[in-house]
Write a protein that binds this ligand. Sequence first.
Ligand code: ADP
Ligand code: ZN
Length: 531
Amino acid sequence: AGGMPDHGDSEALATLHRVFGYQAFRGQQEEIIEHVVAGGDAVVLMPTGGGKSLCYQIPALVRPGTGIVVSPLIALMQDQVDALRALGVSAGFINSTQDFDERRVVEAQFLAGELDLLYLAPERLRLEGTLDLLARGKISVFAIDEAHCVSQWGHDFRPDYLALSLLGERWPDVPRIALTATATRTTHREITERLGMPQARHFEASFDRPNIQYRIVPKADPKKQLLSFLREEHAGDAGIVYCLSRNSVEKTAEFLTRNGIEAVPYHAGLDAGTRAAHQSRFLREEGLVVVATIAFGMGIDKPDVRFVAHLDLPKSVEGYYQETGRAGRDGLPSTAWMAYGLQDVVQQRKMIQTGEGDEAFRRRAAAHLDAMLALCETAQCRRGQLLAYFGQEPGAGGCGNCDTCLTPPETWDGTVAAQKLLSTVVRLKRERGQKFGAGQIVDILLGRRTAKVIQFDHDQLSVFGIGEELSEAEWRGVARQLLAQGLLAVEGEYGTLVLTEESGTVLRREREVPLRKEPAKRVAAAKSSSA
Ligand code: ADP
Ligand code: ZN
């Protein structure tokens, strides 16, 4: 109070200072907030950590009534509400974790006009009871968080989100703001259409995270590679290591601990108490490493995460971006490091093939994986590729802060190698009933008389030993890239390699196959180049 407010001192800015204690808005926050405060609808595309929450929390505080926040992250509601209450904001939530009495208290507060913010799970809005409740109170704004869940093409589709278009129908005068961190152009369009927000203004923040160095290295001995990465570049730093399975989470955490790096596991198989304890240690302590499945991280807001490492391939670019985006929120140099190999491709292709879901689901999953593989195999700037994926213009030239920019990969003409490998696959296909994976193919190409080679007389094949000019790692690289390019496919639960329709064009010499050379040594420039 005191003093005449000037033009720059809006109620929104005053709220930012008074309630949240921040000096200034970030990026487009101010524009978005002013637009919503004035009653306009908004679709906000902002990367994780960009500061989406304030975009609806401040309008909820400035406009009369309660702001309704629709969020699928039930597990985080308690934390969000606690954090707001600590700031003196009156907030509550209604979800399935509450008993009847708890819910009644929150409902009464809402009806009495005592709540600034009310968090709801999307499924609650399908209940007439909830809609009646909302109709009896006063609403300042609807915020639809994680709005990409409305997209059937995304990996987070929630059918309950489809019902959210009724909010605009029943409350035409209440502004709506849809927010997401993961949206390609298509998803963005879908959000607008399915939530019925044709007149919404669109705000799109840059997805570039210039302080994150992206690196993807060929997987050889992943745990050891991880260990040297941590020792050489991130000793004593806090970070997250993502693994696909609970088992590898446990093993990797043990391995790091045994080797003198403090690490704790986090996955859905641990009891809630252990998970909460490990999470809060990560937030509080300096330099703790969390080894986790993707169950970890949603809503984690730790500014000084110095690295995010992937020991297994994420299923989509959205997932990769979201997970790596947990690094470096404080803007300081950080690393997104991933080890990626042939088995990742085989395993994920296999999972898509033999997993649940209908044909359309499989096609979508395969398209997501293909985009991820393209990012792994690119010889171009990784950041440029990421930004292009999200429909944003990469800057001219490379970024100078990813492995392909720092040490441009060499490409080579892999046509003959591809022909040799595919011919071997053809030969083995004739072996009735037998299933052979990449390992056997490579052994044959290298002319190795292993027990399994001798057992099946594979040393008698005309292709036996025709690939001695390349190393095992190089052959695995060839197989991996052929798989990534769709020139080779995986079949069945054993990961049998088979030809695709496209393979013929290589075998018939109708096309060339440029391949990326396997780098001899890894980039270790993170600290020296940016610190
Ligand atoms: P998102 O939901 O987009 O992932 P959050 O809303 O959780 O991001 O914000 C990320 C972090 O940035 C939070 O710690 C938040 O308090 C902080 N933050 C957001 N806006 C500002 C601001 N204008 N000034 C300072 N800190 C901010
Ligand atoms: Zn680059």
